[in-house]
Each structure stands twice: as structure tokens, then as C-alpha cells.
Design a protein around this ligand. Sequence first.
Ligand code: FES
Length: 76
Amino acid sequence: GKPRFEPEPKPRVNKHLFKSDPLVTNRMTIHPSDGPLALCRCWESKKFPLCDGAHRAHNEKNKDNIGPVLICASDT
Ligand code: FES
């Protein structure tokens, strides 16, 4: 018969954070006076879930364009 191939596993996004947790979630409270909150989307921040600028090295290395999510409190 035809040879059967297992699909290649996809590379992991999360390589090192909270690996013992079944699901990484973070709850944060922000106040309007805090200014924008920058949340990491590259999973490389040493201050995860906050962005620490590590995405710059990730982007350089991988020719990517990832940046943080900026959460801004509404004035109203
Ligand atoms: Fe991950 Fe900035 S450090 S998005």
C-alpha cells in the first residue's frame, strides 16, 4: 500500500512560560491613570504578560512584525 506520513507537528508558540499550567491566562486590573498597558504577543517577554521590548529581537531574528497589544482605558 501507500506509505503513510504523520503530519509534522507545528512549532510551539509558547516555548518557556508557565509550562506546568494547562492553560496560560492572566487577569489584570487597570486604572485610567495607568496609561496604556502593553501586553506581550511574542511570548518572549521576561515580564510576561507585559511587553518588555523583547519582540524587537524576535522580529529581527525571524523577519516578523509582532508588537504588543496596547490597552487604553476609556475616558468615559
Ligand atoms: Fe512580546 Fe513586546 S515583548 S510583544
